[in-house]
Design a protein around this ligand. Structure first.
Ligand code: 5RP
Length: 234
């Protein structure tokens, strides 16, 4: 039975962490992957906002950070961490980001925050991709979270029809435009038995700018924040 006492929740006498605490635990664990005096790539989202808070006091360990979005660029500047544009980064030894869902093969669904395309570029350009999540996001099979697809504006309906043929239910993300000026389709009910082939099939549709399945370039390390520990999956 769940019992709430003040801000703390207990389950069968054991104190349970909030999602934010689990995110912070994973973010703290990620600090051990910082590339000393080199460039760090950084993702986008609430977990990454927590990671930037944890990074700020030790930021002198890195040369600077390449942000995956305008949101992260602003958060880095506010935290006093040097920002390096992607075009000026000769190498990115480590990229740290979160995800909406992850499986035990370290395949991910990303893009809840809408920065999936730049995140995919950074993940692809980095030598090591460290993904930090709370344990609610670790699933046996991807697809409970909708799959975001960034699309060219003129191709939105065309792509939505293709996605319907793949068995998905595309919903236009209203009042949202990516940093690249494009809309997003959130695809529900997609059967993702084989993440690599589904990512390729969606990539192949003309007008798709980026799809939030990260299987061709999956994470190298998954840090899963739990109630009292962080699990490391590789
Ligand atoms: C943004 C992302 C985020 O990593 C993902 O949506 C998880 O976000 P949060 O940390 O807020 O739960 O892919 O495009």
């Amino acid at each position: 039975m769940l019992i709430a006492m003040g801000h703390q929740v207990f389950y069968q006498g054991i104190a349970m962490s909030s999602v934010a605490e689990k995110k912070r635990r994973a973010a703290q664990a990620a600090l051990s992957y910082l590339p000393d005096q080199e460039i760090l790539g950084i993702g986008t989202g609430t977990t990454i906002d927590i990671f930037i808070e944890e990074l700020a006091p030790v930021a002198q360990r890195i040369k600077g950070a390449v942000p995956s979005s305008e949101q992260t660029r602003k958060a880095l500047i506010a935290a006093g961490i040097p920002v390096i544009p992607f075009e000026e980064a000769d190498s990115i030894p480590v990229y740290i980001d979160s995800a909406d869902e992850a499986n035990h093969y370290l395949h991910l669904i990303k893009g809840g925050g809408g920065a999936l395309t730049q995140e995919k570029v950074l993940a692809g350009a980095s030598k090591k991709f460290v993904c930090i999540i709370n344990d609610e996001k670790l699933v046996r099979r991807l697809g409970q979270h909708p799959v975001p697809i960034e699309v060219l504006p003129m191709a939105r309906s065309y792509i939505a029809r293709h996605i319907t043929h793949l068995g998905g239910r595309p919903i236009w993300r209203e009042n949202f435009i990516t940093d690249n000026g494009n809309p997003i389709l959130d695809v529900y009910d997609l059967s993702i038995d084989e993440p690599v082939s589904m990512e390729k099939r969606i990539n192949d549709i003309s007008g798709v700018v980026g799809v939030g399945i990260f299987a061709l370039r999956r994470a190298d390390v998954l840090l899963v924040g739990k109630d009292d520990q962080v699990d490391v999956l590789t």
